[in-house]
Design a protein around this ligand. Structure first.
Ligand SMILES: [Zn+2]
Length: 398
């Protein structure tokens, strides 16, 4: 449900993507992905805007992305969609939903000037992932998880979007005429999962796509894309959401105000991620951040032990990094703005003040940068434990 048609490499005749209905509702979005919120494994942990907004939803319901959304709506009004977009920004803030809405609005039968009705045939097909002119390309491993990938020559599915998939897209799918849509869309999500070979195979199409076709590259680490790819796309930035907005939406979804406040503060401006945090994961995260806050800033061994303990796998390591970013952001705010600094984790204020005193603004910033470096290393397939250990060592000896 709510899936788009995937494109597989070497999958003659399997274009409809196996069984779009086979994955659990909301098994994935994207916006969340790639990035924060993103590559969570398995159906259990995945969710995102598709899961959250199965009801018809116009552009106006996208939270907090007025600039990006207005630019897309203006292009719709002018009938002048760009042929290649790069939707860049953290996970879970609406990039994937905006890509879907753009495809819907461009193909909607209600003929609204710059929006989708969400109810007509094309709108519904696109939402369900069964519109033949709206193609989605994702990592082989994700497709395997959803049961839509067949072993090829005995190899295991790649964690990348591989060159075969792009060739299949470029040489076969895009060479066909459109089936029923007014405009064809290809959504590559997460685009940064394309390995360099795959990116190179896409260059020519990015420069000169077939008529009435728009490619949308969705990425939470757009800077990891080849410059040649980035320069061929019109880049639209999606910003982290203010915690208050995330909180408000969580309350509207039925969370208690206390839970909503904590989830909003721990999600780093990502609605997708905040919605993934059920009570159990929330208390687990609270524990982790309390542990970090309880460590003295100069306790190198303590931090190394924390890092080892908190990186049993890639996903856990990534979550730990996200939490540390929230924590050091608070420390930086306290160190630069003093007692009046608004804190995301206000109940930890006394510990925040201590850390701010020891680290100062530059120390907090440096740690924060180290965490971002670790996140980048994790995306590059570094060993989770090693990436976090190096991060800590870098703080103390960089
Ligand atoms: Zn419609």
């Amino acid at each position: 449900m709510l899936r788009w048609i995937p494109v597989e490499g070497n999958s003659e005749g399997r274009g409809q993507g196996g069984s779009p209905g086979s994955s659990p509702p909301g098994a994935k979005e994207a916006s969340t992905r790639g990035a924060p919120g993103a590559r969570r494994g398995g159906a259990a942990g995945r969710s995102g805007p598709y899961a959250m907004f199965p009801r018809p939803m116009p552009f106006s319901e996208i939270l907090g992305q007025e600039r990006a959304v207005e630019s897309l709506r203006a292009a719709l009004r002018r009938g002048a969609l760009h042929h290649a977009y790069l939707f860049a920004g953290p996970g879970g803030v609406g990039k994937g939903t905006s890509a879907r809405l753009l495809a819907q609005a461009a193909n909607c039968e209600a003929d609204l000037p710059d929006d989708a009705c969400g109810r007509c045939g094309p709108c519904r097909k696109i939402a369900k992932g069964v519109h033949p002119d709206v193609l989605r390309v994702e990592e082989e491993r994700e497709m395997a998880r959803a049961g839509r990938w067949e072993p090829k020559g005995g190899r295991t599915p790649s964690r990348d979007i591989v060159v075969d998939q792009i060739r299949e897209l470029v040489d076969r799918r895009l060479s066909l005429r459109r089936f029923e849509g007014r405009r064809r869309f290809v959504v590559l999500d997460p685009a940064d999962a394309m390995n360099p070979q795959a990116q190179n195979a896409l260059l020519k199409t990015l420069e000169e796509p077939p008529p009435e076709t728009t490619l949308i590259l969705v990425s939470s680490s757009a800077d990891a894309l080849l410059p040649t790819v980035r320069s061929r796309c019109l880049r639209l930035g999606f910003a982290p959401l203010p915690a208050a907005q995330v909180e408000e939406r969580l309350v509207a979804e039925g969370r208690t105000p206390a839970e909503a406040a904590l989830a909003a503060s721990l999600s780093g401006g990502s609605l997708g991620r905040a919605l993934e945090l059920d009570a159990a994961r929330l208390s687990e995260r609270r524990l982790a951040v309390e542990q970090a806050a309880g460590l003295r800033a100069d306790d190198a061994l303590g931090w190394i032990a924390f890092a080892r303990d908190r990186a049993p796998d890639r996903e856990a390591a990534r979550e730990t990094c996200e939490l540390l970013l929230v924590w050091f952001r608070d420390v930086l705010a306290r160190a630069s703005a003093g007692e009046r600094a608004p804190l995301a984790l206000s109940e930890l204020a006394p510990l925040t003040a201590l850390a701010a005193e020891r680290l100062g603004p530059s120390g907090a910033l440096r740690r924060s940068d180290g965490v971002k470096g670790a996140l980048a290393a994790l995306r590059q397939n570094a060993s989770p434990a090693l990436a976090l250990e190096r991060m800590v060592i870098g703080w103390f000896h960089g």
